[in-house]
Design a protein around this ligand. Structure first.
Ligand code: ATP
Ligand code: MG
Length: 323
């Protein structure tokens, strides 16, 4: 059995003149939690729709578990999709919603116990008789997940499924989703424009820009070792120098001159609870962002204010060269 469950081979998809997906070659591995990350309009949803069969590539191939999908209609592909908006049937109960997909499969035997099992898996046990309008946003998304997972897809496609939830619930659901993916062992392809969400959830991530994949790697590789300016910027590494970039949390502030530190002037600070984000302008006019952990008692650094002299220091090994 190949390690690769899903392969994009030089896939091209245009809408009129717009290249929505442009020369994408990409392997997604069996059982991994994979994130497609990028700004609005970069082609994430189009890529998912090509997998699901709602769109056809102009050229190139989508290969799912060794089978070229070119001639396989959407309803025969072994994938299911969870959308941003819940897409539940409002007139059906939770149980009926979860059971819905099973109607099209021959394996309806033991469906009651399978539904119960699924509801437990998504922590919705005991709520099977409710209608969607009696559920919270998070609960609706759990039902949508159960409805997709009960069909045992080879790949589960998730298009910003948590985007409509408030921040706190979203963080909770991220943890649940990660645990759930590990338990069921199904390959998840998760679309998001939120880099933090991609880092929290995914094993590997593809960062997309203008229909192209700019970089593929583990979350740590993409965060710590961005290859291009676009990826670096998108991952929040904002201190650009000629040929390299330094992440703001790798820089430190000093109130006195130390060897190798760059002299600057404080231009502003934003207290963020666990961290403080500082802006400092170097003597040659470069604006640097430094993130300091608020892990001690207030000190000379935390008392700095706009206009104060400061020295910014970082280690050579934190300079990441860009292509
Ligand atoms: N059916 C369509 N007809 C014409 N253009 C389309 C169509 N679907 C997508 N596009 C265009 O293709 C590009 C990629 O769109 P896509 O929906 O894949 O982006 P996305 O990364 O999912 O963005 P978002 O984060 O906003 O959901 C955009 O420029 C979009 O306007
Ligand atoms: Mg989209």
């Amino acid at each position: 059995m190949s390690d690769v469950i899903l392969r994009f081979d030089a896939v091209e998809k245009h809408f009129d003149a717009t290249p929505a997906v442009h020369g994408v070659t990409l392997d997604i591995r069996r059982g991994e939690f994979f994130a497609l990350l990028g700004p609005s309009g970069c082609g994430k949803t189009t890529l998912l729709r090509l997998i699901a069969g709602f769109e056809q590539p102009d050229t190139g191939r989508v290969i799912l578990d060794g089978v070229d999908m070119a001639r396989v209609p959407a309803n025969e592909r072994p994938v299911n999709t969870v959308f941003q908006h819940y897409a539940l049937f409002p007139h059906l109960t939770v149980t009926e919603n979860v059971a819905f997909g099973l109607r099209y499969q021959s394996k309806i035997q033991n469906s009651e116990s399978r539904i119960e099992e699924m509801l437990q898996l998504v922590r919705m046990e005991g709520l099977g008789d409710r209608k969607p309008d009696q559920l919270s946003g998070g609960q609706k998304q759990r039902v949508a997940l159960a409805r997709a997972l009960i069909l045992h897809p080879k790949v589960l496609l998730l298009d910003e499924p948590l985007a409509a939830l408030d921040v706190k619930l979203r963080k909770e659901m991220q943890m649940e989703l990660k645990t759930l993916q590990r338990r069921v062992g199904i390959t998840f392809v998760f679309v998001t424009h939120d880099q933090e969400e991609a880092l929290t959830l995914a094993d590997r991530v593809a960062v997309m820009n203008l229909g192209k994949v700019e970089q593929v790697g583990t979350t740590e590789e993409v965060f710590e070792r961005p290859k291009t300016k676009f990826v670096a910027e998108f991952m929040g590494a904002v201190n650009f120098f000629d040929g390299f970039v330094v992440r703001p949390e790798k820089m430190r502030l000093r109130v006195t001159a130390v060897e190798g530190a760059v002299e600057a002037k404080v231009e502003g600070k934003v207290y963020q609870g666990g961290t403080t984000r500082w802006l400092a302008r170097t003597m040659d006019g470069r604006l640097l962002t430094v993130i300091e952990q608020n892990d001690g008692v207030p000190d000379a650094v935390s008392r700095l204010k706009s206009g104060d002299r400061v020295w910014v220091k970082w280690e050579k090994r934190h300079e990441v060269p860009l292509q």
